[in-house]
Design a protein around this ligand. Structure first.
Ligand code: PAZ
Length: 318
């Protein structure tokens, strides 16, 4: 049965034509230049590189956007993973939803405590509260020692994300197996094309609102086949029904031909994931409740395992 108020139209839009009919984001050219100079700066380093995508996408309901459809993703997975990749020596391009969590800073911008809660006034000088000194020092050291290898790029809407993903993929693609794509962003499956959208704020005077949304083209296909065919590509699959998780992850691998799907469930994603490949049984990674409560991130294990597999992938190519 269709969800109330939402009419699903079975019309698949070709990924290639998507870009002809939607507006590019204002930061597209700037991002191109920043990524190109980041790659140039680190050209001689021979470090592996990863593009981490993070956070949810918004889907506007009006061209002059007042309202939009969004999703739950806070960017925890992506930002924690970016930190782990940096600690393993990777160059990281972090493509994240504006105002979602960022590597290192995420520890000071979450709901329970903000930056000011870590500070105190000491005879008119601002200092770190001694209770948090060790933590702040450790986060600051990690940040300072890796920020040169981190490039952050923001998106807000689904369309921004897709344009930026294509642009960055094409720039990174020449690095071949040395580059990993870690596609943790929660990208909307449905959208309203610009030409079918209301131009101005939808008025409430005419009663209930019925939305007709198109299916977002599957961009993993052109990414794997055309934009970055030689790179190591890790996609993510989120479900709420455990029965669907493995079959859908396997189906994606068969259909797109990339290397790994990280599968997770909405309610257990912070402590359990499955790494799914085409020809092996899924590998379960999980951490205990005690570790989770003590602040350990499962991303440490996910990234360590993926980096190991990426190394094997690179060595096959050597
Ligand atoms: O951002 P977050 O830490 O709250 O959630 C992470 C996640 C569940 C969005 C990610 O692990 C994921 O599964 N991304 C892909 C979602 C999907 O399009 O199926």
């Amino acid at each position: 049965m269709e969800p109330a108020g939402v009419a699903l139209e079975r019309k698949i839009i070709d990924p290639d034509t998507y870009f002809d009919h939607n507006r590019p984001p204002a930061n597209l050219q700037r991002t191109h230049d920043q990524v190109a100079s980041f790659l140039e700066k680190h050209k001689a380093s021979s470090r592996p590189i990863v593009l981490v995508t993070s956070g949810g996408t918004t889907v506007p309901l009006e061209n002059n956007t007042v309202r939009f459809v969004d999703n739950f993703s806070a960017g925890t997975r992506g930002s924690a993973s970016a930190e782990q990749f940096l600690s393993l020596g990777y160059l990281v391009i972090f493509l994240y939803r504006e105002n979602s969590l960022q590597p290192f800073n995420r520890h000071y911008t979450h709901n329970q405590k903000g930056l000011l809660d870590y500070l105190q006034l000491d005879n008119g000088n601002v200092t770190v509260d001694p209770a948090y000194m060790e933590q702040v020092k450790s986060d600051l050291l990690k940040y300072l020692s890796s920020k040169d290898r981190l490039l952050q790029v923001t998106f807000t809407t689904l369309s921004d994300y897709l344009f930026l993903l294509r642009e960055i993929s094409r720039l990174v693609a020449p690095l071949g197996s040395q580059a990993m794509f870690y596609l943790a962003a929660a990208v909307s499956d449905f959208f309203i094309p610009s030409h079918s959208m209301a131009e101005h704020k939808i008025q409430s005077g005419s009663g209930d609102l019925t939305l007709r949304m198109n299916q977002v083209p599957k961009f993993l296909r052109p990414l794997v086949k055309n934009w970055a065919p030689l790179c190591f590509i890790v996609s993510f699959k989120l479900e709420t029904d455990v029965k669907l998780l493995e079959p859908k992850a396997k189906h994606a691998l068969e259909k797109y031909g990339h290397q790994i799907v990280v599968a997770n469930l909405l309610n257990t994603r912070k402590w359990q994931v499955w790494l799914v490949t085409r020809d092996q049984d899924p590998c379960v990674l999980q951490i205990s409740k005690e570790d989770l409560d003590a602040g350990r991130d499962i991303e440490q294990d996910i990234v360590a395992e993926l980096a190991r597999r990426h190394k094997e992938f690179m060595s096959r190519d050597a």
